[in-house]
Design a protein around this ligand. Structure first.
Ligand SMILES: [Zn+2]
Length: 189
């Protein structure tokens, strides 16, 4: 897994923000928040039909409400329209063992954005077949969705001893006090 992550790490800023089941032992540590991201944390999410088809509507709903409750400046709504640059949530499958999710930001000018760029919107996919392969329960799946939605709010993988839903690996937690502080530091109270 370590080798796998190392080979994927270079793609970090080019194809998106990868989230693995197994925590890598890496010298690279990220800041708590990305310097880039959306211009505000008040935006909508559009659920692709793959979400309900695979039974993840509740997981994404909980993820949004958990983050929304952490800051008055954060409000990820839900829309049935793809107009107005909503984020787009998906449930998919991947051949990459241990890859639980992927958030890909897009620039206002089109094309994939880096974590220091301004984002127009992001796509989020969580991988059903990998969650099944790791025997993850519904709480762990929801935690995975919360982690990915955290990336859409410019939350990075932190190197901290504190509990954080933004750490990589399989977890059974929602937004923690560390995450709330990081969110408020980025977006305001
Ligand atoms: Zn991640």
């Amino acid at each position: 897994m370590k080798k796998l992550l190392a080979s994927k790490k270079k793609l970090f800023s080019m194809v998106g923000i990868l989230s693995f089941a197994v925590i890598s032992i890496s010298s690279i540590s990220f800041a708590t928040s990305f310097t880039g991201g959306r211009s505000s944390a008040n935006f909508n999410a559009y659920y692709d039909s793959s979400v309900s088809k695979n039974g993840y509507t509740g997981a994404y709903d909980t993820a949004r409400s958990d983050w929304n409750a952490a800051s008055g400046s954060v409000n990820i709504g839900k829309t049935t329209s793809t107009s107005g640059n909503p984020d787009r949530y998906y449930v998919g499958s991947t051949a990459t063992s241990g890859l639980l999710g992927l958030t890909t930001p897009y620039k206002t000018t089109g094309g994939v954005a880096g974590v220091s760029d301004k984002w127009a919107y992001a796509t989020v996919v969580i991988y059903h077949n990998q969650m099944q392969a790791y025997g993850m329960n519904s709480v762990q799946k929801t935690s995975n969705a919360t982690h990915e939605v955290g990336h859409t709010l410019s939350q990075a993988h932190p190197s901290t001893s504190s509990s954080s839903v933004m750490k990589q690996g399989i977890q059974s937690i929602g937004v923690q006090s560390y995450d709330k502080q990081s969110l408020i530091a980025k977006w305001g109270n």
